[in-house]
Design a protein around this ligand. Structure first.
Ligand SMILES: Nc1ncnc2c1ncn2[C@@H]1O[C@H](COP(=O)(O)OP(=O)(O)OP(=O)(O)O)[C@@H](O)[C@H]1O
Ligand SMILES: [Mg+2]
Length: 503
């Protein structure tokens, strides 16, 4: 059996004694011998090699194609193949969940899975299938440009969660897909910790000489408050200029017109200028500092709105009271929050819009009522505990904990190889969203600084808290959070249904 590949054990359930030390020893022994994958039953534990390994070529694809999990040495290709085969032969929707701390290799794993699926499908070379595969793969660089950043732990760290459905036709060829994104770490747009960068897109834009003059930009990230707080402008292994060109080519492939691509970059530039606007006290109210007038003009030009409207949006807020809407001036401190809120909201909408455009490009065509089957891949962003944790990081850590818990519960009922079931400590019931978990306090500039109740079953239920809408946020049109929870909620429902925990 291939699980005995002569280096430790290929499946942890074959360990004689399961202790933390024997687990780590086995992992280490295998890693030192170049075996980065080890199973726990159907789960694949992966150790980041931080170097290119010669294990993802066509020869390996051929080795794993159509094989059972236990027939070959542990590999992520085997997981992808297993999902693909049960989707194809049994018409089952399947889902691959990837979890781990930041920098563990989750996003790389999701890309390896996509590449494997691309390699084993469309043997007849259909043009449309080829286009879909291309768009699915190329969309990664756009999502990474706008949703990834260099952090202390990972130079290409995902700062958003992604759930991607790949849809297949009856022949098992990919004909489309859908991406759902959630929890973009918006706070990074306006604040970065020491040695961390903002989202890659900002540095990509100012790396290109051709873009500078038309957007009144300077080439140096140090010139902008929203890109200079971390004190680093370059990230190892990342070439912003090349990536800028790659992203533009991918945007074209997705079907975006030149004018749309320009608008997207205008918004990025507008946010950079907005970050340099300072507000000073004006009696009890706030006013734009004299030195910032040119920045406001640049924002107005790039966002295509009047500078007087920007000034109003930053220095005043509208309050609805007793059926009337009244304008109230903000203090300079509140106005600075309003500025950051505006930058975050514009960036988030830009990101959502890009995801929507990708989804339009991969929307499956009409299949005469046939629904097709899907493989879902969930790539969340990892656990991280920083000196100052953003509200989103808190939420994502919570979400990771919940997924971990769900995962343990999911594995629980299955018998281990030696016949001992894992005791189930937490089995989520059927209560769904109404149960309550711990309460957390949002920072003052996030969600109005209120207290929020986390749901035990739904990590994202906090966003559905009506308290948020009741809070006054100094932004004229607060972003609608909407049902961002739908992905995980849907997944949890689906998994529970499969396990017979709910009907
Ligand atoms: N299988 C692999 N082979 C070679 N290098 C890898 C592999 N997996 C990860 N890496 C390296 O580790 C880096 C971090 O991986 P990745 O971005 O996938 O982490 P992540 O788990 O998605 O982290 P985050 O939660 O911060 O998004 C990659 O940029 C790459 O250099
Ligand atoms: Mg990632």
């Amino acid at each position: 059996m291939a699980l005995h590949d002569n280096v430790g054990v290929g499946d942890f359930v074959l360990l004689d004694r399961i202790t933390k030390d024997s687990f780590i020893d086995n992992l280490e022994k295998r890693f030192k011998a170049g075996r980065i994958y080890t199973y726990i039953g159907e789960v694949c534990v992966s150790v980041n090699p931080y170097r290119q390994m010669p294990i993802y070529g066509q020869d390996k694809v051929n080795e794993y194609k159509g094989r059972e999990l236990f027939e070959r040495a542990p590999h992520i290709f085997a997981i992808a193949d297993s999902a693909y085969r049960s989707m194809r032969t049994q018409g089952k929707d399947t889902c691959i969940m990837i979890s781990g701390e930041s920098g563990a290799g989750k996003t790389e794993a999701s890309k390896i899975i996509m590449r494997y699926i691309a390699a084993v499908t469309n043997v007849n070379g259909h043009q449309e299938v080829e286009r879909v595969k291309n768009v699915l793969i190329q969309s990664n660089c756009v999502l990474e440009a706008f949703g990834n950043a260099a952090t202390c732990r990972n130079n290409n760290s995902s700062r958003f969660g992604k759930y991607m459905d790949i849809q297949f036709d009856w022949k098992g060829d990919p004909i489309g897909g859908q991406i759902e994104n959630y929890l973009l770490e918006k706070s990074r747009v306006v604040q970065q910790q020491k040695n961390e960068r903002n989202f890659h897109a900002f540095y990509q834009l100012i790396s290109d000489d051709g873009q500078l003059r038309q957007r009144d930009l300077q080439k140096s990230p140090g010139a902008y408050f929203y890109t200079n707080q971390g004190g680093v402008s370059k990230a190892d292994g990342i070439n912003d200029k090349n990536d800028y060109n790659t992203v533009n080519s991918a945007l074209k492939l997705l079907g975006l017109h030149d004018a749309e691509i320009n608008t997207a970059w205008d918004l990025v530039a507008g946010i950079l200028h907005l970050g340099n606007v300072t507000l000073s006290a004006d009696g009890e109210g706030a006013k734009i500092a004299h030195s910032s007038r040119s920045s406001v003009e640049a924002v107005a030009k790039l966002l295509q709105i009047k500078s007087s409207e920007i000034t109003k949006a930053l220095c005043e807020r509208a309050i609805a009271a007793g059926g009337n809407v009244v304008q109230k001036t903000l203090t300079s401190g509140q106005a600075m929050y309003a500025k950051d809120a505006l930058a975050k909201a514009v960036y988030e909408r830009l990101f959502n819009w890009l995801v929507q455009r990708i989804n339009e490009a991969i929307k499956p065509g009409d299949m005469n009522g046939y629904k097709g089957t899907v493989i879902g891949v969930l790539d969340i962003y990892g656990f991280e505990i920083l000196d100052t944790n953003s509200f989103e990081q808190c939420c994502i850590n919570y979400c990771n904990e919940k997924l971990q818990q769900l995962f343990i519960a999911l594995r629980g009922p299955q018998e281990l190889a030696h016949g001992r079931p894992i005791p189930i400590t937490t089995v989520p019931g059927t209560e769904e969203l109404n149960d309550t978990g711990p309460e957390i306090q949002a920072p003052p500039d996030e969600l109005g600084g209120g207290r929020y109740q986390l749901s035990t079953n739904n990590p994202f239920a906090i966003f559905e808290n009506p308290e948020y809408h009741a809070n006054e946020i100094p932004f004229p049109n607060p972003p609608s959070w909407g049902p961002v929870s739908s992905v995980v909620t849907k997944m949890m429902r689906w998994i529970k249904l499969k396990l017979g925990w709910s009907s």
